[in-house]
Design a protein. Structure first.
Length: 206
């Protein structure tokens, strides 16, 4: 019988929201220790943690490590959040003047998946690099992995695993300090239909 691996994706702690401004690219996290402590009971001990090198994810990992041990941390650039380039930290009214010129609009996001902000990247580009990283990931049977990352990255994973159109994936709500858990089989055991991944939980908060 095949023994699966598990991947625990954790969205970082929230950041300060400045009303009327587009989010900054690399702000500090606002750590909610009580919530992380509850989540720690759901996370396996002494496994590898892949962490986005941005401050909010590294700070979340540091806070979480007070409640659950890891074997090692790997800073992984491929799982950083989508970069909004010159729009980061700008007034929303200024950004909107740029967005209005695009013919296609999105019901739940500032921009559609193919739009590349000046100096940044599109969600489609983020999906491609996350897919590249995910396809290289090949844990042993029974192994567990923790990934501390961002909402956009988790949406990109869901887009790939569940074969969801990137624009539809942009409409998935991913809650701060919540778990998205997948079961995963090795490439060697991937002989039948439905791929290597199975979604077990989304937005698990406790």
């Amino acid at each position: 019988m095949i023994q699966t691996a598990k991947i625990y994706f954790l969205r970082h702690a929230p950041v300060k929201v400045i009303h009327g401004f587009f989010p900054k690219h690399n702000p500090d996290a606002i750590i909610k220790t009580t919530k992380l402590k509850k989540l720690a009971s759901k996370i396996p001990k002494n496994c590898i943690w892949y962490v986005s090198p941005l401050k909010r994810t590294m700070q979340t990992a540091s806070a979480l490590s007070k409640f659950v041990n890891y074997s090692k941390i790997i800073k992984e650039k491929q799982i950083v959040e989508q970069h909004f380039g010159d729009w980061s930290g700008k007034e929303i009214s200024e950004v909107w003047r740029n967005i209005k010129k695009y013919k296609n609009k999105h019901n739940f996001s500032f921009i559609t998946s193919e739009v590349i902000p000046p100096g940044g990247e599109s969600f489609i580009e983020q999906c491609k690099r996350v897919k590249f990283w995910l396809e290289k990931l090949n844990p042993s049977e029974g192994e567990s992995i923790v990934v501390i990352t961002h909402a956009g990255t988790i949406r990109a994973v869901l887009s790939y695993v569940l074969q969801i159109n990137p624009d539809n994936a942009l409409g998935i709500d991913v809650v701060h300090q919540s778990l998205c858990i997948f079961e995963m089989i090795t490439t060697l055991n991937n002989a039948n239909k439905a791929g290597r991944f199975r979604l077990l939980a989304l937005n698990q908060e406790k």
